[in-house]
Write a protein that binds this ligand. Structure first.
Ligand SMILES: Cc1ncc(COP(=O)(O)O)c(C=O)c1O
Length: 403
């Protein structure tokens, strides 16, 4: 495998990103010099007099009136995330799905068409399918992510292209600059779920995307102690999302969780560096084994994928999948149970290393029909020392090979 330094171009955003994650741009003077951001734990802000209240209500979006609208702690987080993604504005939500549904409900209306590109997080696709059945939203899925295949699906009512890169499970990258260029030519909004890469390793807005979403539950929060989501983009789109989905659907982020995400951001740069170092070592170990079929991580992709990685990303994170040769539910279960450091758990992006499989026994036939191998395993490489992680996987391989 090539070294990280030889793959990625210089990250021109790095210094500004470190600044945005840190507390250096916070106004400590306003808070008794406290270096930790203030947690303003209130639902309500009362005003000096009724005239002030009436004036504030005319500027609801910018004034502290009620925390479903604006709260100083959540607002601080929103400013940091907007800065990190190079967007004009951000709104934070109670979960990643809260953010995703906010975009879809705010920007789509009856009769609009969405093109889903690449392997997108299952519940997002399920939500769009539900919107098809209930609200007459049309959709097509272009799994290949190929720009020509996307062009073919564009219709007069196509309003949105929604993608993830890398794609869920397959970890395949799609060409974000080409996709945004096609969308612009056709007046289509582009949305990307950037959770895997984090704003440190991929800047979709700088590649022409309109809207970025994050599940901050994962790397951005980073400690498996909260659920949170965020939507970042231009003032125009974020205002639409704020007025409709944030205010009226109301799945807003509580200030307590916003405070925890701000704390998580402080260490995002060093955590991502460590996830990257750990995953490279784990991938190098797995590559040397002949009892696995396939490793799905952008660093293990074809020449074409590696060149996309180099042109549109600045680093890699620790979530990936691989296939056990001659896999079955029994083999997968034995492997997972033999791991003592990697724990079975469906989220990712926190301190702890995690392991699961789409194969839950009862659905083995269905996953094979969906094109997945029965021995497919997904791991989230955490912050533990890489040799401990490799040792854990090695023991698990020894256990299945003894069967
Ligand atoms: C790629 C991706 N996007 C969005 C989500 C949803 O985020 P949340 O669980 O915070 O709602 C997930 C959750 O696993 C995810 O993997």
């Amino acid at each position: 495998m090539k070294t990280i330094e030889s793959i990625f171009k210089i990250n021109e955003f790095r210094d500004a990103d470190i600044m945005a994650c840190s507390g250096l741009n916070e106004e400590h003077g306003k808070n008794f010099g406290a270096v930790s951001a203030p947690l303003v734990k209130t639902s309500l802000f009362v005003q000096h007099d009724y005239q002030t209240y009436c004036d504030d209500m005319q500027h609801e979006a910018e004034r502290y009136i009620y925390s479903r609208g604006l709260n100083p702690t959540t607002e601080l987080l929103e400013k940091k995330l907007a800065a990190l993604e190079r967007g004009e504005a951000c709104k934070a939500f109670a979960s990643g799905m809260g953010a995703i549904s906010a975009i879809l409900f705010a920007l789509l209306k009856n009769g609009d068409h969405v093109i889903i590109v690449n392997n997108v997080y299952g519940p997002t696709v399920t939500l769009i399918k539900q919107m098809h059945e209930r609200f007459n939203i049309e959709y097509d899925i272009v799994i290949s992510g190929n720009p020509d295949d996307i062009k073919e699906k564009i219709k007069p009512n196509t309003r949105m292209i929604y993608t993830e890169s890398p794609g869920t499970m397959t970890m395949r990258l799609v060409d974000l600059s080409k996709i945004s260029a096609i969308a612009k030519q056709n007046n289509i909004i582009t949305v990307i779920d950037n959770t895997w890469a984090t704003p440190l390793f991929q800047k979709p807005i700088s590649l022409g995307f309109d809207i970025v979403i994050h599940s901050c539950t994962k790397y951005i929060g980073g400690h498996s102690d909260l659920t949170a989501g965020a939507v970042i983009g231009s003032n125009k789109y974020i205002n639409e999302i704020r007025d409709f989905s944030h205010q009226l659907l109301g799945a807003v982020l509580a200030p307590d969780s916003a405070w925890l995400v701000i704390r998580g951001l402080r260490t995002l740069p060093i955590r991502m560096k460590q996830h990257q170092e750990n995953v490279i070592q784990v991938l190098n170990y797995l590559k040397s084994r002949d009892d696995i079929e396939n490793i799905c991580h952008p660093l293990m992709g074809s020449e074409e994928q590696l060149s996309l990685l180099a042109t549109q990303m600045y680093g890699v994170s620790g979530l990936f999948s691989f296939e056990l040769k001659h896999g079955s539910f029994e083999k997968v279960r034995t492997f997972i149970d033999a791991c003592k450091i990697f724990k079975p758990g469906c989220s990712w992006g926190g301190y702890e290393s995690l392991i699961i499989s789409p194969n839950r026994g009862y659905n083995e036939k269905a996953i094979v029909q969906d094109g997945m191998a029965p021995g497919l395993i997904r791991v989230s490489v955490g912050q533990e020392a890489p040799e401990i992680l490799i040792n854990d996987l090695n023991n698990a391989f020894n256990t299945i090979n003894e069967i």
